[in-house]
Design a protein around this ligand. Structure first.
Ligand code: GLU
Length: 415
């Protein structure tokens, strides 16, 4: 096996280049599609509770805006450097294009471990970061949302900081609390979309979802709502984990109880159900469906040969390394790629933005139904292309998305 463990940015570039080869896209267009259209790097000074000043590195990368305002989350994590943010911004461009919502792709990042900061410090950090990028965001320019390390509260602070300078503009940020113009169903949307896509892929493979077994790695916003929704439709969630604990119960876990525990304790640590395993063992369990919903690169060349699931749903962004993807392809394991599998979040962000602009609120049933419609269409676009060309779901999803963005550039005629 050659050394194929690429970085996240190299991985995103590799998939992009392969789709350009498939689509026979010329060199000039490749450069337009590859390079971020605008990048901002900012210093974020924060007065800490003890009076000291600490400066954090912040970024906002606007990868491509041909199909609409830039769109994408803000990640608070020590790993959120410029290349990391670039890779995630590019994924957003393909994600919005694949599910055909009128946005481009962007991502923000601040290099910080949010657990190390108090709520007041996080509030000050968020306001300072928002102020530093406020001239390039806005409801018609670039619309941030939550990602790893950020949540509805972070978005409320961002909305407030943006609004102080620009007037009331709830559509400047999505993933807000319901009380401030957030959408019903937004918090659960990514996990719900993961489940919708898993059901579609399982049906195509002749796998019955009711009674099927699933292992979910990650119990944050995405993993917890995916688990809850899966349990609701009769899937047996036999293993779950977070950074502190992984547990396995062949009979299936009671997700409501597990959720209650993690809400009360702040993590899965001490969870009394199932048998303790480690995160690596979870990935190699003999289950029908595997859902990596935590961080990037967890399925790699080391563990890919041992994976037993028939279907992998990439709920996190880039959870499978480039080298592992080749191994899984060779082994005939179906992988539903991140740009489709976790698009539920940005789809409902789109609904939130549309509701904000129209000053009109949708009921939750409508949100969930429209989510199912858009994510299913993305799935069918992908599988049609995969069948037509005899390629994987990832190759097909990239081909559909890259083609849509390239076509928009040609039509606009600005180059
Ligand atoms: N952070 C999420 C993602 O990676 C959601 C982005 C959004 O809603 O704009 O897709």
């Amino acid at each position: 096996m050659p050394d194929t463990e690429l970085t996240m940015l190299e991985t995103a570039h590799a998939y992009f280049n392969e789709s350009c080869d498939l689509l026979e896209i010329n060199e000039g267009m490749r450069q337009v599609l590859l390079n971020p259209w605008r990048e901002l790097s900012v210093a974020v000074p924060v007065r800490m509770d003890n009076g000291a000043i600490q400066v954090f590195n912040g970024f906002r990368v606007q990868h491509n805006g041909v199909r609409g305002p830039y769109k994408g989350g803000v990640r608070y994590a020590p790993a959120a450097d410029s290349d990391h943010t670039r890779a995630l911004a590019m994924l957003m461009t393909w994600k919005t294009a694949l599910v055909d919502i009128p946005f481009g792709g962007a991502k923000g990042g601040v290099q910080v471990r949010p657990a190390d900061l108090s709520t007041a410090e996080l509030n000050r950090l968020t306001r300072r970061y928002t102020g530093a990028i406020s001239h390039i965001i806005g409801p018609n320019r670039d619309i941030p949302a939550p990602d790893m390390g950020t949540n509805a509260q972070t978005m409320a602070w961002m909305m407030d900081a943006y609004g102080q300078a620009n007037g009331y503009a709830p559509g400047a940020v999505t993933g807000k609390p319901i009380e401030l113009g957030g959408s019903y169903g937004r918090e659960a949307a990514t996990g719900r979309g993961v489940c919708d896509v898993a059901a579609l892929a399982a049906a195509d493979m002749g796998l019955e979802m009711e009674g099927a077994t699933v292992a979910i790695q990650g119990f944050g916003n995405v993993g917890s709502f995916a688990a809850l929704r899966m349990a609701e439709i009769g899937v047996k969630v036999v293993a779950i984990s977070d950074a502190t604990c992984a547990t396995h119960s062949p009979a299936g876990l009671d997700i409501d109880k597990v959720l209650e525990h993690s809400a009360r304790e702040g993590s899965l640590k001490g969870c009394p159900w199932g048998e303790r395993i480690n995160n690596d063992e979870l990935l190699e369990l003999d289950v029908d469906v595997l859902v990596p919903a935590a961080i990037e690169g967890v399925i790699n060349t080391r563990n890919a040969p041992g994976i037993k699931a028939k279907l992998i749903i990439e709920a996190a962004n880039s959870p499978i390394t480039y080298g592992a993807d080749l191994i899984l392809k060779e082994r005939g394991i179906t992988v539903i790629p991140d740009i489709l599998a976790n698009a539920g979040g940005v789809i409902v962000s789109y609904f939130e933005w549309a509701q904000n602009i129209q000053r009109f609120r949708w009921r939750e049933e409508r949100v969930n139904l429209e989510l199912l419609t858009l994510i299913s269409q993305g799935y069918w676009r992908t599988t049609d292309m995969a069948k037509e060309r005899g390629i994987t779901h990832r190759e097909a999803a990239y081909a559909v998305a890259v083609n849509a963005v390239a076509t928009a550039i040609e039509l606009r005629g600005f180059i």
